[in-house]
Write a protein that binds this ligand. Structure first.
Ligand code: FES
Length: 200
């Protein structure tokens, strides 16, 4: 059961820019199926509202798509990527599934515990960020990794993770990508085939 914030804003509406974006998203679906845009609109809400969805925004999206409040509420509460409680301006999701675990995700988690908050889903003292453990984020080839807002931070170690978290706590968004300077998912030692196992 998702935790719903006890403190709720009294009003929500899209910014002008997001309103245009919402109309563009709806256009991707047939005219009589605009409810299908619900996930896209909820992502837009979450992006606009520091990574969480207030109840007023659920009402707003329902009205926007001419569907019931409960239809939107069901979607929000079903998918784990939607938050109903403030998670901070920077939401850190650390993958701890097997490939990341083997490559040291416990060190990434320990850095989060040390600098953000002792427990998952707990805001940092300055309320700028929180962290959680998540299942595979589909970037196993660059394990261990974490997602912060929409950015993937890959090939992490304790030192790099600490630098990233310190930047967040100072209200700066670090550069996403590989922290071993790999381009996309190319091999660390520039191998181009599975032959030459001595370089593995
Ligand atoms: S196991 Fe961590 S990204 Fe897949």
């Amino acid at each position: 059961m998702k935790k719903i914030s006890e403190i709720q804003p009294k009003f929500f509406e899209f910014t002008k820019e997001n309103l245009n974006e919402a109309h563009n998203l709806i256009k991707k679906y047939p005219k009589n199926k605009k409810a299908s845009a619900v996930l896209s609109l909820l992502h837009l809400v979450q992006k606009q509202n520091n990574n969480w969805i207030p109840l007023e925004a659920i009402k707003y999206v329902a009205k926007f798509l001419a569907i019931s409040y409960m239809q939107v509420y069901e979607v929000v509460t079903f998918y784990s990527m939607f938050n109903l409680d403030p998670v901070g301006k920077f939401f850190v999701q650390v993958c701890t599934t097997t490939p990341c675990m083997i490559r040291g995700s416990n060190k990434v988690v320990n850095v989060c515990k040390k600098y953000i908050a002792k427990n998952q889903n707990e805001l940092s003292k300055n309320k700028l960020c929180s962290w959680i453990e998540v299942e595979c984020l589909g970037s196993c080839v660059s394990a261990p990794m974490m997602q912060i807002n929409e950015g993937y931070f890959e090939d992490l170690d304790e030192k790099k993770t600490t630098e990233i978290i310190q930047m967040l706590l100072n209200d700066k968004f670090p550069k996403p990508g590989s922290y071993k300077n790999r381009k996309n998912t190319d091999s660390e030692k520039k191998r181009i085939s599975l032959l030459g196992l001595e370089d593995a």
